[in-house]
Design a protein around this ligand. Sequence first.
Ligand SMILES: Cc1ncc(C[n+]2csc(CCOP(=O)(O)OP(=O)(O)O)c2C)c(N)n1
Ligand SMILES: [Mg+2]
Length: 531
Amino acid sequence: MKVTDSLVHCLENEGVEYVFGIVGTETLDLADSLSKSTQIQYVNVRHEQGAAFMADVYGRLSKKVGVCLSTLGPGATNLLTGIASAQLDHSPVVALIGQAGVERHHNESHQYIDIAKLFEPTTKWSTQIKESQTVPAIIRKAFRVAKMEKPGSVAITIPENFSAQMIPGKPFPVTSLPESVPVNEALVAATQLIKKQLKPFIIIGNGVIRQEAYPELLTFINTIQSPVSHSFMAKGVLPKEHPLNFFTFGFNENDEVLPGMEEADLLIVIGFDFVEKLPKDWNQKKLPVLHIDTLPAEINEYYPIGGELVGNIKMTLQMLNQSDLPTKSWVPSGGLREQIKTVYQIDQGQPDPSTLPYTIENVLHCIESLTSENTIVISDVGSHKVSIARTYQPKIPNQLIISNGLASMGIAIPGAIGAKLACPDDDVICITGDGGALMNFAELETAKRLGLSFLIIVLNDSMLKLEVQQMNKMFGENYGVTFQNPDFVNLAASFGIKGIRASTLGEFENILKEELQSLKEIVVIDVAMQN
Ligand SMILES: Cc1ncc(C[n+]2csc(CCOP(=O)(O)OP(=O)(O)O)c2C)c(N)n1
Ligand SMILES: [Mg+2]
């Protein structure tokens, strides 16, 4: 069997549904092999970065591995940002990348750069095929490595000379990943530690979402009765009404919740990735940490390990819940929860939108009140991401996608495509700044061609607002951070897509209400914000 036919069989064997990419001469054999697959839909995108972001968000939501494809040189370098994003957000992604034939690797050579080397720092594993017979083993290993805790990206570079060689090509059987749990001694020690301390504070990260450990987490919290704060990527782990929910942390070293954390004498940190915020910014007092995660704790001055429970988070919490857990009921002083709710503008009641200012927070209140548990919101990166992380409260976990590892602008529009393909029955709303929107707006052609339906909210402020805010704070003025926008309504129309301008909050609410009644197409809402 031809190498690329075997490779596609191996992808089918892994349950792949979509491959996002752009081909080049070096990947034409692979494209030809993909064309024969009845299981895999090849999605021809408009920029390789979009392909990688689609695979990233598809991987985060589908519980499968997202797959993307590019050609050598410029195709690969375009793919790199999205691959790095998947790696830092711990999303399982496999990239298939074309390469020049090995017979010309020793010379300066057209479009040739060492791709396997280029992708090394942005992946869990970056490899180049050196022997055609190894393709089935490499594909199996790639999917296994991508999914294994902590998940991330894998790059496979395929030199052109191998593509048409003949190999036996039988896929390796897919076996489930083994799970491990902490030994009994560690559980006893952890329970003793919690018993000994008076005021634990619970910190939740993305690992709890990834491992779907929220029912067990809720039981744990309700037993211990200690306050909880969560990272950007763990939003939704607790209902917003839960009295122990102290909402999101990780903005800066002066987060509203920090005085509450500093009243504690133990931090119970569950499934938290340092990539979201280094402990220096939230554990200045160097409080002891009970580390609960799939991997052992990192070594850091501000993360003193008081105990460690390493293994599957869901199973670990189940075991903890069955042990003799004490109740450590306390709340931070000074009405901190209410204070955070006010500062973050959470739960502002339901006043008439026509009387309210047209701010991102009020836009988010409209979205929150008009959407259900079956709505996935995807945030791009900018000042709006900060507002979303503070104000917007998803109804259940994993329904708000925030990229907080690489935090790359431009993820939201391609991300919405990945989300809609992963969860076709959910409504998808993408919220993006005007800076990030134009980075990957071209993918709306891809979405339209695929017949997808979702909402894109473009926050039209003619600036890189986050940078404007930061420069104004640092220098009292800003430079190089404003621009002029195209007419987003006409731009959408040029793609054959419905575009609507919402000039006031009342208009925005009416449009949202109407469009959400039955979302059967892509709709771009141009939100002309007040700054
Ligand atoms: C690819 C990329 N380039 C630059 C940055 C740095 N950066 C972070 S937020 C931001 C501004 C985003 O502007 P916009 O998309 O308009 O959103 P706004 O802040 O206006 O809400 C910039 C430049 C980044 N995170 N990613
Ligand atoms: Mg902007």
